[in-house]
Design a protein around this ligand. Structure first.
Ligand code: SF4
Length: 73
């Protein structure tokens, strides 16, 4: 089981993550940043457990994010 981590405070709301991993990311209209759907806040990062077959699209999101605020481990 891997996890996706998001430093939401660094997010600029470009929505690239939604483009490559729809279903995991959505725009929050209140502050214009993206939410990692179903995640919980742990210290300064939002965290979501994902299945093996969900890793690749979230790694793509991590690669495409211009702020380097997504990681998959
Ligand atoms: S790609 Fe990164 S900066 Fe852009 S909306 Fe997603 S988390 Fe935010």
């Amino acid at each position: 089981m891997k996890k996706v981590y998001q430093r939401r405070d660094k997010c600029i709301g470009c929505a690239y993550c939604i483009g490559v991993a729809p279903g995991f990311w959505e725009m929050n209209e209140k502050d214009g940043k993206c939410d990692l759907i179903g995640s919980f806040l742990l210290k300064n990062e939002f965290v979501l457990e994902i299945f093996d077959d969900e890793v690749e699209q979230n790694k793509k999101a991590a690669r495409i994010c211009p702020c380097n605020c997504i990681r998959v481990e």
